[in-house]
Design a protein around this ligand. Structure first.
Ligand code: GDP
Ligand code: MN
Length: 381
């Protein structure tokens, strides 16, 4: 789960990581009032669940309430990487002397958490990582042992010029790490971690990703959930207990099992097709689940054909067949459907479907080739 900067900063505040006072606004006039309450120069920042807002014009300084209203209006009219800006953050503008970078990520390669620190933070961090990776210092942290203080101090001494800044950074790293562990994060990032006047380091930006599989342990994070992170289809699918991810192709896919679903997407690609979605109907599929899956997929106007790929283990092929037939009776299916059924009760399942005039394949390669042909045939008309 991703959260907005203002939400991440709220959590930073709870952990004692230094952040600015902040307000949020969904309308330009409200941004003006917030700016007037702060007085002086403010920064206005788009709250969208993607990075690179600065470069997209989503971060602006304003010297007065009037200017804040104008800039907030401009930012609220933006789309950043296709995401509409629905809220802005307003905070007193910081006078930045230097931008550092501080991040913690879960590194699956080394099976550790990695702390990353750079004295050259800011909006070009990706470029820095690509061209001068040595400028981003890394410290692997074994989660069993926690942060090795000696090694951390060495890196901080190489990065920050004064003992005062090093002390502040050490404190921030410790708190950030505690947040990372306690809240089951996969990424926590401060960029810029800015040096401002008075030898002070401040988290001027904040990014947190949580591990979705650990969210059940954190009811306190519920309040941070943003419906805009998920497409309407994804929300609807979740409601029906289906594991669903929207993709941008035109072949709707219904598969049982996450591994088989991923393999199916690969095979569709291999045959030159483009999947419209990932969908795992789960191990114990009821006919209703298939009906709901079909409903969601058919609601996507991009879908030109449907591939159903079932390898029946716990899932019974006759349940799947009944779900398809139920769907036929309840919704209009205007696109071609290719079905591959094999495994538990496949003979019964295939019989149910062939009686109603469906072509049912046994081989996945046949089914995929057929569905890709259907889509190509449709495109040529
Ligand atoms: P991002 O582009 O999505 O990562 O958004 P950031 O919050 O990191 O803002 C982008 C850039 O805007 C920062 O690197 C800063 O250079 C600048 N910026 C952000 N907040 C302030 C501020 O309070 N004062 C000043 N002067 N610049 C800021
Ligand atoms: Mn940033």
């Amino acid at each position: 789960m991703k959260i907005h900067e203002y939400q991440a900063k709220e959590l930073f505040g709870e952990y004692g990581i230094p952040v600015q006072a902040q307000e949020t606004a969904t309308e330009a006039q409200a941004a003006r009032r917030a700016a007037e309450r702060f007085g002086g120069e403010v920064v206005i920042k788009a709250q969208v669940l993607v990075g690179g807002r600065g470069k997209a014009g989503g971060v602006q300084l304003a010297a007065s309430g009037e200017e804040a209203e104008k800039k907030a209006g401009d930012i609220l009219a933006l789309q950043i990487k296709d995401l509409p800006v629905e809220r802005v953050l307003v905070a007193p503008a910081a006078d930045i002397q230097q931008e550092y970078y501080l991040g913690l990520i879960l590194d699956r390669g080394s099976k550790t958490i990695v702390l990353m620190i750079s004295a050259e933070g800011g909006v070009d961090i990706e470029e820095l990582a690509a061209t001068s990776p040595e400028k981003i210092r890394q410290l692997p942290i074994n989660p069993v042992d926690g942060v090795e203080v000696g090694a951390l101090r060495k890196i901080l001494a190489e990065t920050f010029p004064s003992p005062e800044l090093q002390k502040q950074a050490e404190d921030t790293v410790e708190k950030l790490y505690r947040l990372f562990i306690e809240k089951d994060c996969s990424l926590v990032e401060i960029n810029p971690y800015a040096k401002v006047e008075g030898e002070q380091l401040l988290a001027l930006d904040a990014k947190i990703n949580f591990d979705d599989n650990a969210l059940y342990k954190h009811p306190e994070l519920e309040r941070f959930k943003n419906p805009e992170e998920y497409s309407d289809d994804e929300i609807e699918a979740r409601r029906h207990g289906l594991s669903f991810v929207s993709l941008d192709g035109d072949i709707g896919c219904i598969v049982n099992g996450a591994g088989l679903a991923m393999a199916t997407l690969d095979i569709v690609k291999l045959y030159g097709g483009n999947p419209a979605n990932f969908l795992d109907v789960g191990g114990s599929s009821s006919p209703e689940k298939v009906l709901n899956a079909l409903r969601i997929i058919l609601g996507n106007p991009k879908v030109k054909a449907i591939l159903i790929n079932i390898f029946g283990g716990i899932t019974r092929c006759d349940d799947i067949a009944n779900g398809i037939l139920m769907a036929m009776d309840q919704i209009e299916i205007k696109v071609p459907m290719v079905i591959r059924l094999i495994g538990t009760n496949d003979v019964e399942g295939r019989k149910l479907l062939t009686e109603r005039g469906f072509q049912v394949a046994e081989q996945l390669s046949d089914a995929v080739a057929q569905v890709v042909r259907q889509v190509e045939g449709g495109a040529a008309q």
